[in-house]
Design a binder for this molecule. Structure first.
Ligand code: UD1
Length: 423
């Protein structure tokens, strides 16, 4: 088992290049199924969730291998339409494969993704949209058995702007005859990236980034070479790391337009943030100030995925900051671990109140989920003494090599193997 050892107190200085976006590459990997042709994905991050997607593609009879240029996928050999229960459980966002398999094969069999560490993860909007496109879905007994002799374009309305449902329906609609519109679609940058990929493959998708996405379906898609967008949540994590530890960093490739709500709060807290076409620079000196209430919301609101890392950065701020988590039911599991490091945080329902303390202390702490784990690293950088962070497989789901990047910025952080079982 691996753990991260972090000695706090080093200022961060220097530059790192931001990895490709996990939340962009996962739907794009599902979308490769629609092409039945070779696709080369550049900038694809090496992540546990990407490995799980590769195993799903291979399990379906497709080729997916790392080459020098990136991840080479060829879905010509697709021979199955079902995903095993163990692979479904390995990656909670595996439901994204449903629309693509259905569009390509006319049927799909998956087990239900179920809940995850953030709380329940329903897919009712995905299923309702697929039914509106003409799919018959039997979702009893924890399994999803879907059939569609023919998918037909339809006007779909989402009751909330779900990222996964928007993506799943975009993929299914590519295989449907006629035009589909998705109203109240999610507006995340990753949706724009998926649209760009589909169009690079010969698709006809427009409107991504607005609340209405239109798909002209039924066109044959071909392969392409595509570069995945930079990961805005990884960028937010490193900005928060600099805010926490102090210092001056530059994140090559990061796009401030994707992170405006995060950088606005960091400026309010006292950081200097400046960006250009090459990336984002951030300078932080002295103690931060508390900021206005942070309310998570669908894009372009404050991202729920950046809630934990911003909270970690503000633990030593002057004053009190209120967080309101509106996206997931169980997204404060990192709080108890931060409290072990000396943080003053009170949670009540969806609200967490962070009162800044002068000092944090290194402690043995445990990752509870992906972004919560990254938040422990952010806090540990500002703590006195050493923190030992266990259960870091959560972090590896979304960060290619968190310790490499933070060490490149001057942090004292190493990965160590241990014989002890984690936990
Ligand atoms: C995606 C991101 C995740 C991020 C989240 C919100 C990926 C791989 N993951 O997850 O990192 O935290 O967006 O920005 O891109 N909901 C329903 N019914 C549905 C679908 C969703 O009720 O059918 C609810 C969810 O429970 C949640 C909210 O809608 O409360 C938002 O979920 P959604 O946007 O779908 O998130 P994901 O796509 O799962």
């Amino acid at each position: 088992m691996s753990q991260l050892l972090v000695k706090g107190g080093c200022r961060l200085t220097g530059e790192v290049t931001v990895q490709g976006a996990k939340n962009s590459v996962l739907p794009i990997l599902a979308a490769t199924l629609l092409t039945g042709s070779p696709v080369m994905l550049r900038g694809c991050p090496h992540l546990r969730d990407v490995d799980a997607s590769i195993r799903i593609l291979q399990g379906l009879g497709c080729r997916a291998v790392w080459e020098q240029d990136g991840l080479a996928v060829d879905t010509a050999g697709l021979e199955g339409c079902s995903i095993s229960d163990s692979l479904m459980r390995e990656m909670r966002s595996s439901a994204i494969f449903l629309g693509a398999i259905l569009a390509r094969c006319g049927r799909a069999e998956l087990s239900y993704p179920g809940g995850c560490e953030l709380g329940p993860r329903p897919i009712d909007l995905h299923l309702a949209g697929l039914r509106d496109l003409g799919a018959e879905i039997d979702d009893t007994g924890g399994h999803l058995r879907c059939r569609a002799v023919r998918l037909r374009g339809a006007d779909l309305v989402l009751s909330l702007p779900s990222v996964g449902a928007t993506e799943n329906l975009m993929l299914a609609a590519c295989g449907a005859e006629g035009i589909t519109t998705i109203s109240n679609a999610a507006r995340e940058p990753e949706i724009i990236d998926l649209q760009a990929f589909l169009n690079a493959c010969g698709g006809c998708v427009s409107g991504a980034g607005t609340s209405t996405v239109t798909i002209r379906g039924g066109r044959p898609l071909h392969g392409c070479t595509y570069t995945v967008m930079p990961d805005r949540i990884v960028a937010a994590t490193y900005l928060c790391a600099a805010a926490s530890a102090g210092g001056r960093i530059f994140l090559r490739g990061a796009r401030e337009a994707h992170l405006a709500t995060v950088t606005a709060l960091l400026r309010e807290a006292g950081c200097t943030v400046a960006s250009d076409a090459a990336g984002i620079g951030c300078t932080c000196e002295g103690r931060l100030r508390a900021v206005r209430p942070v309310r998570t919301a669908p894009y372009p609101g404050f991202p729920t995925d950046a809630q934990a890392v911003l909270m970690a950065a503000l633990l030593r701020s002057r004053g009190t900051t209120v967080f309101e988590e509106n996206m997931f039911a169980s997204r404060y599991r990192h709080v108890d671990e931060l409290i072990r490091m000396g943080a003053d945080i009170r949670v009540s329902g969806r609200t967490a109140v962070v009162s800044g303390t002068e000092r944090l202390y290194g402690a043995p702490v445990r990752c509870t989920d992906l972004r919560g784990g990254a938040a422990l690293c952010v806090a540990a950088l500002a703590a006195e003494g050493e923190s030992r962070i266990t259960e870091i497989s959560h972090i590896d789901r979304g960060y290619e090599c968190l310790e490499r990047d933070l060490a490149a910025l001057g942090a004292e952080i190493v990965r160590a193997e241990t014989d002890e079982s984690e936990g």
